[in-house]
Write a protein that binds this ligand. Structure first.
Ligand code: AMP
Ligand code: MG
Length: 417
C-alpha cells in the first residue's frame, strides 16, 4: 500500500522558511581592521572627516591661478614647493607653486598644470613657462570627493571585503565592531568514510571511500566567517548520532551534518533530530540536493535551541545545498540583509535534451566565447563537475535547453564568499 506523498517544498519556499528561522546573532566583538576581512559590520561607520581632507593635486606639476594663464607661454615665478605631506601658503598673483601628487593645493590656486605642459625658464631664474591654458579645477581632487564628513561610509550588516577595510582605515578606524562568528559544529556521517591520511589509497578496504565532504564543507564555512568545530565522522548508529548531535547543540549556533538524511535504515540523522528537537524542513524539489533537512536541537527546550542543517551525503548535493541554502542562512545569522546571489543571463553553448522534473542546478563553466559549457557527467556523486565548473545554471523544472538559449548563471565565486 502506498501512502500519498505531500509535494516537495520548492527551493524558494525552503529558503524563505530557513531565513525566517535565522535570527541575527546578538553578540559583537572588536577586531583589528587588519583582521576584519569577511566579517560583518555590527554598526554604521560614520566618517569624522572629509576624504580627501583637503583639495589636493592629482598630478606632479604646478599650481597656478587660471586668471594668470590666459594663453599658452605665460611665464610665472615659482615661489614655493609643496611635496605630499606638507602644505603651502597663499599663492600670489603671477606666481606658481611647484606641487606633487597628493599635496594640498595652496590658497589662491585654482588649477594644476601637469609638469609635462611646463618648462623651466633658464634666462629668468625661478620661472616656469606654462604651455597650456588650464581650466579652473583642473587636476584638483576636491576635499570630500570620496567621503564627506558625517557620511555613513559602511553600513551595519555590510560584509567587509578588502576595499571596505581600506575605506575603514581611510577614515581612521583601526578597530571595527563586527558580529561575532557563528559557531558551527560539523559532522560527517557514514560508516564507509575513511579520512585521507589514515589509510593509503592502495590499502582502502572494499566499500570504503575517502571523506571529501568534510574538506569542502569546512573550507566553505570558514570562508563565511564561521568558527568551526569539526567532530569528524559519526558512525551510522542511532545512539552515536543522538549523542553527537545533543553534545554539539549545547555550545554551537548550528550543527551541520553531511549524509544520513535520506530514507534508508542507515540514515539516522533525521529521526535523531526529531527525537532531540524538531524537523522543520525535509526534502526539497531541487536537483541535486533533494534530501536537505533543517530543524532545531533543543537544549533546555524549544525556546533555547541550536539550529540544525542536514546536507545530503552525495558530494555535489552537499556542495550545492550548502551554497544555495546554508550560505544565505549563515549570512543572515550574521546580520547580512541581502543574501541573494547575483545571476547573469548567459548563452548556453550546450544542449540539455531532457529537463528534470525538479529545478536543476547544472555545473557549467564559462568559456572564452562568453557562453557556458556543461560538464558532461551531472551525477550528484561526481565532484569533478564542481571542481571543473565555475558556477551553476539554474534551470527551471521540465525545461530543455537548446544551444544559444539564454540561461541563468550563478558563479561559484558569488556562492562561496
Ligand atoms: P547518504 O546521504 O549518507 O546516503 O550518502 C549518499 C552518498 O554519498 C553515498 O554514496 C555516500 O557514500 C556518499 N557520501 C556520504 N558522505 C560522504 C562524504 N563525507 N564524502 C564523500 N562521500 C560521501
Ligand atoms: Mg550514509
Amino acid at each position: 500500500m502506498t501512502t500519498p506523498r505531500a509535494p516537495l517544498k520548492s527551493l524558494d519556499e525552503a529558503l524563505a522558511a530557513l531565513l525566517a528561522h535565522a535570527q541575527p546573532l546578538a553578540g559583537t566583538e572588536q577586531v583589528s581592521t587588519f583582521d576584519a576581512d569577511g566579517r560583518v559590520l555590527a554598526q554604521d561607520l560614520v566618517s569624522a572627516l572629509h576624504v580627501p581632507p583637503q583639495d589636493n593635486s592629482a598630478m606632479d606639476g604646478y599650481a597656478v591661478r587660471c586668471a594668470d594663464v590666459v594663453e599658452p607661454g605665460v611665464v610665472l615665478q615659482v615661489t614655493q614647493r609643496i611635496p605630499a605631506g606638507q602644505h603651502g601658503h597663499a599663492l600670489e598673483p603671477l606666481s606658481a607653486a611647484r606641487i606633487f601628487t597628493g599635496a594640498p593645493v595652496p590658497p589662491g590656486a585654482d588649477a594644476i598644470v601637469m609638469q609635462e605642459d611646463c618648462e623651466l625658464v633658464n634666462e629668468c631664474e625661478g620661472g616656469v613657462r606654462v604651455n597650456a591654458t588650464p581650466q579652473p579645477g583642473q587636476w584638483i581632487r576636491r576635499a570630500g570627493e570620496d567621503v564627506t564628513r558625517g557620511a555613513v561610509v559602511l553600513a551595519r550588516g555590510q560584509r567587509l571585503g578588502p576595499a571596505a577595510l581600506g575605506m575603514a582605515a581611510g577614515i581612521g578606524q583601526s578597530q571595527l565592531t563586527v558580529v561575532r562568528r557563528p559557531r558551527v559544529a560539523l559532522f560527517s556521517t557514514g560508516d564507509e568514510l575513511v579520512m585521507p591520511g589514515d589509510v593509503p589509497p592502495e590499502q582502502m578496504p572494499p566499500g570504503a571511500i575517502y571523506n571529501s565532504n568534510r574538506f569542502f564543507l569546512r573550507a566553505l564555512l570558514q570562508r563565511l566567517g564561521c568558527e568551526v568545530t569539526d567532530y569528524g565522522i559519526v558512525p551510522d548508529r542511532r545512539e552515536a548520532t543522538l549523542q553527537a548531535l545533543q553534545g554539539a547543540a549545547q555550545n554551537h549556533d548550528l550543527v551541520l551534518t553531511s549524509g544520513g538524511v535520506s530514507v534508508g535504515e542507515e540514515d539516522h540523522v533525521k529521526p535523531s533530530v526529531q527525537q532531540l528537537g524538531e524537523l522543520d524542513l525535509w526534502q526539497i524539489s531541487m536537483k541535486p540536493g533533494k534530501p536537505f533537512a533543517y530543524g532545531k536541537l533543543y537544549r533546555s527546550g524549544p525556546q533555547d535551541a541550536c539550529h540544525f542543517a542536514g546536507l545530503p551525503g552525495n558530494p555535489v548535493s552537499s556542495y550545492v545545498t550548502f551554497m544555495l541554502l546554508v550560505r544565505p542562512f549563515l549570512l543572515r545569522l550574521q546580520g547580512v540583509a541581502d543574501v541573494t546571489p547575483v545571476r547573469m543571463a548567459l548563452p548556453a553553448h550546450f544542449e540539455l535534451k531532457r529537463g528534470d522534473k525538479r529545478r536543476e542546478f547544472l555545473r557549467v563553466r564559462r568559456n572564452a566565447a562568453g557562453g557556458l559549457d556543461l560538464f558532461p557527467n551531472q551525477s550528484s556523486g561526481v565532484l569533478t563537475s564542481a571542481a571543473w565548473g565555475d558556477g551553476l545554471v539554474d534551470n527551471p523544472a521540465n525545461t530543455t535547453i537548446a544551444k544559444g538559449d539564454i540561461v541563468q548563471f550563478i558563479s561559484f565565486a558569488e556562492l562561496m564568499g
